[in-house]
Ligand binder design. Structure first.
Ligand code: ATP
Length: 368
């Protein structure tokens, strides 16, 4: 069982007199065979976390265990972990075959013919059998990426660590490799930790995603749960394109009052707030419905500011009519491509109560 356990893992770098807490008290339990995607903005500590698991970076405090064994002080080459980098890191003077067999020759006493057989099998698995005698410079980016993967797979490790492995590929190849990698991981059943800053990769590839910000764990959950039930405002904002709309509101007598709108909530929603009155109101663009007539207190008259047609859908920027002409209380909605709205139209934006999110304005924590 290759369960990977991180317990309060922290990495502090010293920058002159300043301390950089690159990873700050992260705990996570990754199941055997699970595909975990680590995501977050640039500099949030993703690579540092991966490098600590790989043994390429020391751990300032906390423990990392693999199959119930603490590996903090185990050398990188003794961890039974294979890493795939963004840069592929192939040896240019070696053939594909040599690139793939090199690690095995170094770390095992397997006879050469067995190693060659393993390389051939992996080559077949990845569809690169015909490339085994070429040098990396004679390969396309996508082929080099497969070789880098092959080199990891042939070692049959307990854990794969991947740091943005698809980021040097063009969009189409990326999409193709995304599905292929998922299928491969599924077939091999090897515990995988995959770092990316790409939302699509996070949402589509991971059994669960780990969201980091400023070195701290924000949420670890299935992609859909992170999307629909974000733990805090950071996660809500990070996932989704266009992003969730946010407005500062204050709760008074069962009504959320913002600069541009008032929104009555029912007793159940109010109970979730536990008496907190300074809130941030959140609504995803796709949860807003555009209609013609206002029927209830969750329907708002708005004026269309800008329409961005995307083909299959439109992104519509609206201004609350009640606050027209005032600064930045813009409401972004997405509609299907058939909905025809044009600039300066007056439309009704329906914001259903079951779709709203409410966050504590002081802490960012999701309350509802
Ligand atoms: P990106 O997506 O841009 O690659 P990341 O999430 O992988 O970013 P890290 O590379 O882990 O982020 O860096 C986390 C923080 O630690 C950053 O503030 C970075 O500047 C700092 N850092 C990383 N390595 C070192 C180092 N060797 N010395 C000092 N600071 C470092």
């Amino acid at each position: 069982m290759a369960t990977l356990e991180l317990d309060s893992v922290t990495k502090v770098f010293q920058d002159g007199n300043d301390e950089i807490r690159a990873v700050d008290g992260v705990s996570a339990s990754i199941d055997d065979g699970e595909f975990i995607v680590v995501v977050g903005p640039s500099g949030c500590g993703k690579s540092t976390m991966l490098r600590m698991i790989a043994g390429l970076e020391t751990i300032t405090s906390g423990t990392i265990s693999l199959a119930d064994r603490v590996i903090n002080d185990v050398k990188s080459q003794d961890r039974d972990i294979a890493m795939v980098f963004q840069s592929y890191a192939l040896y240019p003077h070696m053939s594909v075959r040599e690139n793939m067999s090199f690690g095995l020759e170094e770390s095992t006493d397997l006879p050469d013919d067995q190693i060659q057989e393993m390389v051939s099998e992996t080559g077949e698995l990845l569809g690169i059998s015909n490339l085994l005698d070429r040098k990396p410079t004679e390969l396309s980016g996508g082929q080099q990426q497969r070789v880098a993967l092959g080199r990891a797979i042939v070692r049959d490790p307990e854990v794969f660590l991947m740091d943005e492995p698809l980021s040097n590929l063009d969009a189409k190849l990326r999409a193709q490799m995304r599905t292929e990698l998922q299928r491969l991981q599924d077939d091999l059943g090897v515990t995988t930790v995959y770092v990316t800053h790409d939302q699509t990769e996070a949402m589509t590839m991971g059994d669960r995603i780990v969201i980091l910000n400023d070195g701290k764990l924000q949420q670890i959950s299935t992609p859909l749960e992170c999307y629909h039930e974000p733990a805090n405002q950071f996660v809500a904002d990070f996932l989704g394109e266009p992003s969730m709309n946010f407005f500062d509101v204050t709760l008074e007598n069962g009504v959320l009052r913002g600069e541009a709108f008032e929104y009555p909530i029912d007793a159940e929603t109010e109970a979730d707030l536990g008496g907190t009155t300074d809130l941030v109101f959140g609504i995803r663009p796709e949860d807003i419905e555009l209609t013609e007539r206002a029927n209830d207190a969750h329907d708002f008259e708005t004026v269309v500011d800008v329409v961005e047609p995307m083909g299959d859908e439109n992104t519509v920027y609206l201004q609350f009519a009640a606050a027209a002409g005032e600064d930045d209380d813009t409401l972004v909605a997405t509609t299907d491509g058939f909905t025809r709205v044009t600039e300066d139209d007056t439309v009704v934006a329906r914001i259903p109560e079951e779709a709203i999110h409410l966050f504590d304005r002081a802490t960012g924590e999701a309350l509802h």
